[in-house]
Design a protein around this ligand. Structure first.
Ligand code: PRX
Length: 656
């Protein structure tokens, strides 16, 4: 064997060597990893970085995400479970083998094609956690179209903004979702959003679950999913098999999806992902980071259980694409971790012999409030690792679950923008010791820099710096902001004058052993129960209330949710908040406005009314000082404040 091909085949077995190869010989490294997926046409170049900071991975290669997630497994895994859907909300369970998933996805692809969706068109998916949402996503990428999944908890105005940005040809929704057994209608929100939108979709496909009896269809625009399924199941033409829709082979950098995320401005950013780079990144992360062993045949296929929602990046990568590309069985769970009781997740682990789980620290903190007997009620011995991400992981929470179910907890750090872990232990390579509160080290491919906020110089060990990534960003990371290359460069690559680096907007330190610690955001993004929200977005939602003149929202530390939004508002008509009773009524009204504009996930925990907001003389809101007061800390340097009494008002309100 020639030396170069030997290099391609052999994979270093220590974290240090593995990481080193990924950054010193990226072409060798990523060529080897790219062999984990199927290409219909091989790539001619590993990475084209001729137009920084834009990176194109696996140039010239042609592939398809759906093919890699389903079709290529049919020869060996047709009868293996691909997707297991469990709903504790509607007390139902459905299981799909790879063959059955193939049929469902093909039928959905045929439906989309019949509605005129083709390569590059957008399909907006506003759905609860049901299998049809997965079929819709996979069907979209099968035909080379681009999906944009909007979390079902977002309200009509937020949905409308995303419709106008993505300009979808077709939208897919359901009559309703369910939370805590309460029906949450989605179709009326879809209708309202489309009414607001400047670029309404031509058609809306509605999955009618029979939950909302008052569902209305708009003739000509709305189509019933079941009726469409019947038309495309082959039965009408006398055949009894599903229509097969060939995969559309796309060049590696063809966009697979857009996923909106919050930033400093009120306008969400459409994170655009490619096809080939994303498939390779996920295919590699399953064995290396998550230590999943799907093996070459179904006997060795393991089950992965990610408790996120398909509306978030974790759901995209690790409920759907990651496990399926790797031939695993994936669990999709619709419900809360405490319904019908706090043993539900462990019951699922026992029943499906789950090997690896992925969840959030908040979810574990929710469980921690319940009877610990649930932790030992079921046999969870199949579980090797519990990966937790999305927000800081505190030691008591980590220790509690680690001991409670005897599992190794792995804190990992990443973002919607990256699509897969930026920092993590990689037990599939080497089971390195972990330090609590640290997501360990840089994942292979990521060249991390901790830069001093002002000078841009590297910080010393244990000194706080801005966590940056030297481009090119590795495969799987965002390729740009949908429709706005200039915003991509300005937002992410323009923080430092000395060099063009990607900034994560997170503070971090690195200790003398190389372990990173995340210290919170550098911008106005907050993290509520692992959900990322922009304080500007919440402020804009509050301002939709007719009596609000001005408002400041800050994220305040919370024992359960990590952070909660707290609002300080100046009203136009002070009579409406003149007494504590009136203020309480007004507070509820403002909260209801946020529910309507943004969705209940953005609802502030408290709305305090003040007559003036703390600002600098140049008019900048002193959010960090407000936040410090809310958390009982020192408000910091106040030499630039315009009116000191404004901070006193904040203090008084919080202390009352
Ligand atoms: O502030 C960091 C925090 O969550 C942000 C990204 O959120 P999102 O785009 O929703 O993606 C979540 C993907 C897991 C980050 O900028 N964050 C994420 N993971 C951690 C974290 N903070 C501390 N520790 C983590 N492990």
């Amino acid at each position: 064997m020639a030396a170069s091909s030997e290099k391609l085949m052999s994979q270093p077995r220590s974290y240090q060597q593995f990481y080193k190869q990924s950054v010193s010989e990226p072409d060798v490294f990523w060529t080897r990893e790219a062999a984990r997926i199927d290409w219909v046409k091989p790539f001619t170049r590993v990475c084209d970085f001729s137009n920084p900071p834009f990176a194109k991975w696996f140039v010239g290669g042609e592939t398809n995400l759906c093919y890699n997630a389903i079709d290529r497994h049919l020869a060996t895994r047709a009868d293996q479970n691909a997707l297991v859907w469990i709903s504790s909300e509607v007390e139902a369970q459905r299981t799909f083998t790879y063959r059955q998933l193939f049929d469902e996805v093909n039928r959905f692809a045929a439906i989309l094609k019949s509605l005129g969706v083709g390569k590059g068109d957008r399909v907006l998916i506003y759905m609860p956690m049901i299998p049809e949402a997965v079929f819709a996503m996979l069907a979209t990428v099968r035909i080379g179209a681009i999906h944009s999944v909007v979390f079902g908890g977002f309200a009509a105005a937020s949905l409308a903004a995303r419709i106008d940005d993505a300009k979808p040809k077709v939208m897919i929704t359901a009559d309703a979702g369910s939370r805590m057994g309460k029906i949450i209608p989605l179709k009326p929100l879809t209708d309202e959003a489309i009414q607001f939108a400047g670029h309404p979709p031509k058609h809306v496909v509605v999955v009618n679950r029979g939950l909302d009896k008052n569902i209305q269809y708009i003739p000509g625009r709305d189509m019933d999913y079941m009726a469409l399924c019947h038309r495309h199941s082959g039965k009408d033409s006398g055949k009894d098999s599903t229509e097969i829709v060939p995969c559309e082979w796309v060049e590696s950098s063809h966009p697979s999806y857009i996923l909106y995320t919050s930033g400093t401005t009120g306008k969400p950013k459409g994170v655009q992902r490619d096809t080939g780079g994303y498939a390779v990144a996920l295919a590699a992360s399953m064995p290396h980071i998550f230590d999943m062993r799907s093996g070459s045949s179904p006997q060795f296929a393991e089950t992965f259980f990610c408790t996120s929602d398909i509306g978030w990046v974790v759901g995209h990568s690790y409920i759907i694409y990651g496990p399926l590309i790797n031939g695993c069985t994936t669990i999709m769970y619709d419900g809360l971790p405490v319904r019908p009781d706090a043993g539900i997740w462990w019951k699922i682990v026992e029943e499906y012999k789950v090997s690896v789980m992925f969840s959030s620290p908040t979810a574990v903190r929710v469980l921690k409030k319940q009877d610990p007997a649930f932790l030992t009620k079921y046999d969870t011995s199949s579980l090797r690792y519990l990966f937790l991400a999305g927000e800081p992981l505190d030691q008591p929470t980590s220790d509690w679950i680690e001991k409670g179910i005897n599992v190794k907890v792995i804190d990992n750090y990443w973002q919607t923008e990256s699509g897969w872990p930026i920092l993590s232990a990689e037990p599939g390579i080497e089971d390195t010791p972990r330090k609590c509160g640290s997501p360990s080290f840089a994942s292979y491919g990521y060249r991390i820099k901790l830069k001093h906020e002002e000078t841009g110089l590297p910080v010393a060990p244990n000194e706080k710096g801005v966590l940056c990534i030297q481009p090119p960003l590795p495969p799987g990371c965002m390729s740009t902001i949908w429709g706005d290359d200039a915003r991509f460069v300005k937002t992410y690559f323009s923080s430092f004058k000395d060099e063009q680096v990607y900034t994560t907007f997170d503070w971090a330190t690195c200790d003398q052993d190389g372990y990173y610690f995340i210290m919170g955001r550098t911008d106005d993004v907050i993290n509520v129960a692992g959900h990322r929200l922009g304080t500007r977005e919440i402020e804009e939602a509050i301002q939709a209330h007719h009596n609000i003149a001005e408002v400041a929202v800050v994220g305040v530390a919370d024992a359960l949710k990590g952070q909660v939004p707290i609002a300080f508002a100046v009203v136009k008509n002070a009579a409406k908040t003149a007494t504590p009773e009136l203020a309480a009524i007004h507070e509820k009204e403002v909260m209801a406005t946020v529910d309507h504009e943004l969705g209940a996930i953005g609802r502030p925990a408290r709305v305090y009314f003040v007559t003036v907001l703390p600002k600098t003389r140049s008019g900048k809101l002193l959010r960090r000082s407000i936040q410090a007061i809310c958390e009982g800390r020192d408000p910091g340097d106040l030499t630039t404040i315009e009116d000191l009494s404004a901070l006193d008002q904040v203090k008084q309100q919080v202390e009352n």
